[in-house]
Design a protein around this ligand. Structure first.
Ligand code: HEM
Length: 139
């Protein structure tokens, strides 16, 4: 009978809390990046200066947030669809360094912790991000 069938494992998207969970992860990550970029000796200021100094910064930030939510919402098995640039084109010309990458990843780890995600969910999100490293760093 139906009751005897194993339930399919909920997607990572569902286990993160659906859209609200993805938004929470993205919003704290973006806040962490903004805080780091405004700190003394910031590692992320260099790459983020074009965004931070754009007169149209609010619209640009809103676009980035939207792209990011769709990207994570799709990669975690949710119903969202990413329509932004490939990771290679999005970061081309920035020549992102290993150091910059690791500071960004720490901002992502801190967001996962702040959102009280479980160890399994944190590891799965970390893998999604780390799989994008080669397309993101050094181009
Ligand atoms: C797995 C890691 C990363 C992911 C998933 C990611 C994701 C994204 C996405 C979705 C966009 C927008 C693409 C579009 O506009 O179509 C973007 C742009 C950008 N990313 Fe990343 N990124 C990552 C790592 C980094 C790192 C390490 C840095 C620098 C330290 C960085 C700096 C930027 C900047 C400056 C922009 C341009 C924002 C703008 O001008 O509007 N990213 N990223």
């Amino acid at each position: 009978s139906k009751e005897d069938e194993p339930k399919p494992e909920p997607t990572l998207y569902e286990r993160m809390g659906g859209l609200k969970g993805v938004e929470g992860f993205v919003d704290v990550l973006m806040a962490n990046v903004a805080a780091e970029a405004s700190a003394q000796n910031s590692s992320m200021l260099r790459t983020h200066t074009p965004l931070l100094t754009d007169p149209d910064k609010p619209a640009r930030l809103a676009r980035l947030r939207n792209n990011f939510i769709n990207q994570i919402g799709e990669a975690t098995g949710g119903p969202l669809k990413y329509t932004g640039m490939t990771m290679l084109s999005a970061h081309k010309g920035m020549m992102i360094t290993e150091k910059e990458w690791s500071v960004w990843r720490q901002a992502a780890d801190a967001s996962m912790a702040a959102n009280n995600l479980g160890a399994k969910e944190k590891a799965e999100i970390a893998k999604i991000l780390d799989d994008m490293k080669d397309a993101t760093v050094g181009h």
